[in-house]
Design a protein around this ligand. Structure first.
Ligand SMILES: N[C@@H](CCC(=O)N[C@@H](CS(=O)(=O)O)C(=O)NCC(=O)O)C(=O)O
Length: 215
């Protein structure tokens, strides 16, 4: 039967998993949902009611994207997507922390805007966008410091690039007016290089329509 991945069309977290499985040539069934709606199956598999959720043949669900990536790397070690050097491995995880943190701040800001005019908290939105700016600056600095400019660690794709590329793709789709590409031209060039890969090109995010009242 193989793996099933519960995903959502805009999800940058799920996209990391989709890219990693594609890069490792691991087949899976994509189950696309809107986790915000009552029809979602996510709560059946994750007590935190969040996707992505990877469901292996044994039916024991794996959830939380950074853990899913760790799980896949352990079960399907070839081709390796983490460097051998321990400090480089830890750096790759730090990049994922920053990339996921940018996503978290963007999601919080997105739903604050759903509260409607007069109900949105400007200080709260400003706080979240400060995290986005700081995170993007960190990614831009790491790209500038990288030896290849094409990958964050060494001269091949690692989990760091999967995480960084996924959040940059999310920005491009969900925040198309954000000036990050002008502010960080090297980061834009880095992202364009990643986005040309088949694993990225075949998993680009797209908006979803949320019918239920969320906030
Ligand atoms: N930290 C989680 C975040 C996952 C997450 O927030 N998923 C969203 C969907 S999406 O933002 O990725 O599109 C979700 O399921 N939200 C439902 C909920 O929070 O109840 C991870 O990395 O897996």
């Amino acid at each position: 039967m193989g793996y099933t991945l519960i995903s959502a069309t805009p999800s940058p977290y799920a996209r990391k998993v989709r890219i990693l499985l594609a890069e490792k040539g691991v087949p899976f069934t994509l189950q696309t949902e809107v986790p915000w709606e009552s029809t979602t199956e996510t709560p059946k598999y994750n007590p935190l009611e969040k996707l992505p959720v990877l469901i292996p043949d044994d039916g024991k669900p794996v959830y939380e994207s950074h853990y899913i990536l760790e799980w896949i790397e352990a079960k399907h070690p070839d081709p390796p997507m983490l460097p051998k050097d321990i400090d480089d491995r830890l750096f790759a995880k730090q990049v994922e922390v920053v990339a996921d943190g940018i996503c978290d701040a963007l999601v919080l800001c997105f739903f604050e805007k759903q509260r409607g005019p007069g109900k949105e908290s400007e200080p709260w939105k400003a706080r979240q966008m400060r995290k986005v700016e700081g995170g993007l600056q960190a990614l831009a600095t790491w790209v500038d410091q990288s030896s290849s400019g094409k990958f964050l660690i060494g001269d091949s794709l690692t989990l760091a690039d999967v995480a960084a590329g996924s959040v940059l793709g999310y920005m491009a789709v969900r925040w198309p007016d954000h000036p990050w590409m002008n502010k960080h031209p090297q980061l834009k060039k880095y992202w364009e290089g990643l986005d040309a890969r088949e694993s990225f090109a075949s998993t680009r995010p797209s908006p979803q329509n949320i019918k239920d009242q969320i906030v």
